[in-house]
Design a protein around this ligand. Sequence first.
Ligand SMILES: N[C@@H](CCC(=O)N[C@@H](CS)C(=O)NCC(=O)O)C(=O)O
Length: 257
Amino acid sequence: MLPKKAFKTGSTAPEPPAPGVLRLISSRFCPYAHRTRLVLAAKGIDYETVNVCLKDKPEWFFAINPLAKVPTLQHDGKVVYESLVCNEYLDRVFPGRKLLPEEPLEKARIGMLQAIWDAKVSSMQESHSPFATQPNFMKVSMSKGDDQLRAFDALKEGLSIFETHLVKSGRPFFGGDQPGFFDYSIWPWFELRDLLLSDDAVKMQEDEFPKLFAWLSAMYDRPEVKTVAFDLTVFAKYVASMLAGNPDSDIGLDDRD
Ligand SMILES: N[C@@H](CCC(=O)N[C@@H](CS)C(=O)NCC(=O)O)C(=O)O
């Protein structure tokens, strides 16, 4: 039985997954790993989880993924990493509802939406880059006063592109009548938005983003979203431990885990 607690520096590597077993190397609080958990749940794929501590990474993790980042998949001797690459792999290799369109232009459109998201709304990672000039959820959450309001305006400008997309498509999800690849790729940041956009001055307002709000409630209704949902109370404790300089990846677990 694999522990829920994270493997740390100095730990012995767990045995590789048994033949036919899919393993997700993960971190409980990683939004990128959450992308992959969503796809696994949406497609009904069975898997086991190995959590790793990202502050004190186990040495053996570098031998599996030279970047030592989560999510990483292990599957019948193969290794796949990078959340979007993992999600495409899962979509192609496993049966179940197809999340990416086969039609080349339709597939290209998903890639372009992703590029707009990365550039205009962006991820946590880019926000640490000195070259990141684009707005993002993290920038809003990490700034104060006028800087925060400026970052929020820029974030809203980015989000308005996705609002307009939903208006034009007339469909409830970016994937059409059901969530698709892109819905799962951006959902983690929306699920965390109350933590990221916690100040009253930087709340998303429904009258400004009516279609995105309808999308949010349709996403919350989905069983796959419920199955893997973050516990926001525990997540808030994790953020507090991170801000205190000592991120505790096992927060909320007890000795039996
Ligand atoms: N581009 C990667 C980003 C993944 C990522 O940055 N994951 C974080 C945890 S949320 C991580 O593993 N960080 C460890 C590190 O940066 O060394 C992806 O999409 O999978």
